[in-house]
Design a protein around this ligand. Structure first.
Ligand code: NAP
Length: 265
């Protein structure tokens, strides 16, 4: 860590934000944190972070602002409070999965001298804690490279919004793959085949990665957030298979808070 580590404000301390913020604190960055439900900041405050009472208070003295929020509505709500308090020279990294339209809407509201990098991530809570996420970055990452590197491996995707765009492509393949594995297992069961046999043989084929995700245990990516990502995609192109996947994800409300793997039983 250099002698003058960037001062960071981290907003959004859910399943992903909390371990990502912890990695910045561990690296020696002065860290101010804000979360809508304040108690989620307690472990970070106990470890040395400063708790802010509002998004505006959190970002007031920051060199770098990181947001990790649920969806476009959350990002826009936090931006409403935070943007007027951003001082020139601040670099904002949005790691939420919100799609390129929201990134563009946020970028259009930036004050003079403030930059925005869209940097949604692939990988769940286990990889967030280990600093092994895949970070899909849109825009100029140079001023925030040290921060992004703490999260994982950075893939430069192009200009502003390109990270958000590629994230929708990649995550929808994962979600669709898990949905397809779930149907393969339902078919195997209907045919009287053992689940273990079906999983083992599917793992030897082209859906191996989807089988691994459908049986993962260290992930916590709620089905409701997966459905949000599918909706973001189907709003941008005609995608009848993903329309059906959205239906499959939302037909049982009891699954909404469960990890995506629950879709495959
Ligand atoms: P999460 O645990 O549900 O956390 C969501 C965060 O957004 C919380 O801090 C929540 O605050 C905040 N929030 C929601 N609505 C808000 C509002 N209206 N105003 C202010 N704050 C609001 O979700 P997560 O799993 O960390 O996911 C965060 C983002 O990363 C999502 O876009 C998700 O798609 C993406 N992602 C998730 C995973 C994963 O495996 N979980 C992996 C890659 C990417 P409260 O604490 O007050 O509810």
């Amino acid at each position: 860590m250099d002698k003058n580590p960037q001062k960071i404000a981290f907003l959004g301390l859910g399943s992903m934000g909390l371990p990502m913020a912890a990695r910045l604190l561990d690296a020696g960055h002065p860290l101010t944190v804000w979360n809508r439900t304040p108690g989620k900041a307690d472990p970070l405050v106990a470890a040395g972070a400063v708790r802010a009472a509002s998004p505006a208070e959190a970002v007031a003295g920051a060199d770098v602002v990181v947001t990790m929020l649920a969806d476009p509505a959350a990002a826009l709500a936090v931006a409403e409070s935070m943007i007027p308090a951003l001082r020139p020279g601040t670099h904002w990294i949005d790691t939420s999965t919100v799609g390129p339209d929201t990134v563009r809407a946020l970028a259009a509201r930036l004050p003079e001298g403030v930059t925005l990098v869209d940097a949604p991530v692939m990988g769940s809570v286990d990889r967030a804690a280990a600093g092994e996420l895949t970070v899909l970055a849109g825009g100029d990452t140079t001023p925030v490279a040290a921060v992004l590197d703490r999260f994982g491996t950075v893939t430069a995707c192009g200009g502003p919004g390109a990270g958000a765009a590629l994230k929708l492509v990649l995550i929808n393949v994962v979600i669709g793959g898990v949905a397809l594995v779930a149907e393969a297992l339902a078919l195997a069961e209907a045919l009287g085949l053992p689940r273990e046999l079906a999983l083992r043989t599917l793992s030897a084929g082209p859906l191996a990665g989807a089988v691994a995700r459908a049986t993962a245990t260290g992930s916590h990516f709620p089905v409701a957030l997966a459905a949000k990502d599918v909706r973001l995609a189907t709003g941008l192109a005609e995608l009848p298979v993903l329309d059906a996947v959205h239906h499959a994800l939302t037909r049982d409300p009891a699954l909404a808070a469960e990890d995506l793997a629950a879709v495959a039983g």
